[in-house]
Write a protein that binds this ligand. Structure first.
Ligand SMILES: Cc1cc2nc3c(=O)[nH]c(=O)nc-3n(C[C@H](O)[C@H](O)[C@H](O)COP(=O)(O)O)c2cc1C
Length: 150
């Protein structure tokens, strides 16, 4: 399938009454994803299993957010943050993610993430914040230009 830039502009809504769930091994490879994850990301379970979780990384996300995430969970603490994710069709969806360890007999064996929707005000706030963070660190730029009257 060929992509065009318009596809990057389409948002998928995250339902209020369902959780988007995934688990990874300690290196961040996906070991489980629920039906809602598959539906919202546009991938089948087979396409997700064994892949790096960065398969849904959106280019609007600053690198430092994920550095903070990994630092936090490796310290065996819970991380909570706002993430813009990339769908298979290049559209996007915003979530609040809670990521933490999965323990068996007190031993850390995997990581898990639960995701819920965020408000319009938060989407706007974090889009501006993440755009600013990327600009400050010379990360990926997004350009949208409208010519003529709007
Ligand atoms: C349990 C778990 C869930 C994650 N969920 C996401 C996610 O939804 N979106 C995302 O971009 N990264 C997620 N990550 C972080 C990725 O592993 C990765 O660090 C990130 O996509 C940035 O990619 P990079 O490390 O290759 O730069 C998750 C990590 C873990 C451990």
């Amino acid at each position: 399938m060929e992509y065009n830039e318009s596809q990057f502009l389409v948002e998928t809504n995250v339902p209020e009454d369902e959780l988007i769930i995934s688990r990874t091994d300690l290196e961040g490879n996906i070991t489980h994803a629920n039906e809602t994850f598959c539906e919202i990301s546009g991938y089948s379970l087979e396409e997700l299993l064994g892949k790096k979780h960065s398969i849904v990384r959106h280019p609007d996300m600053p690198k430092s957010v994920f550095q903070d995430l990994w630092k936090t969970i490796k310290e065996k603490k819970q991380w909570r943050g706002i993430v813009k994710n990339l769908r298979k069709d290049k559209g996007f969806y915003w979530v609040e993610a809670i990521i933490s360890g999965v323990y068996k007999n007190g031993v850390l064996i995997e990581y898990k993430s639960l995701r819920t929707p965020i408000s319009y005000a938060d989407k706007l706030k974090y889009q501006i914040l993440y755009d600013t963070m990327r600009a400050e660190n010379n990360e990926a730029k997004r350009t949208i230009i409208y010519k003529g009257q709007i």
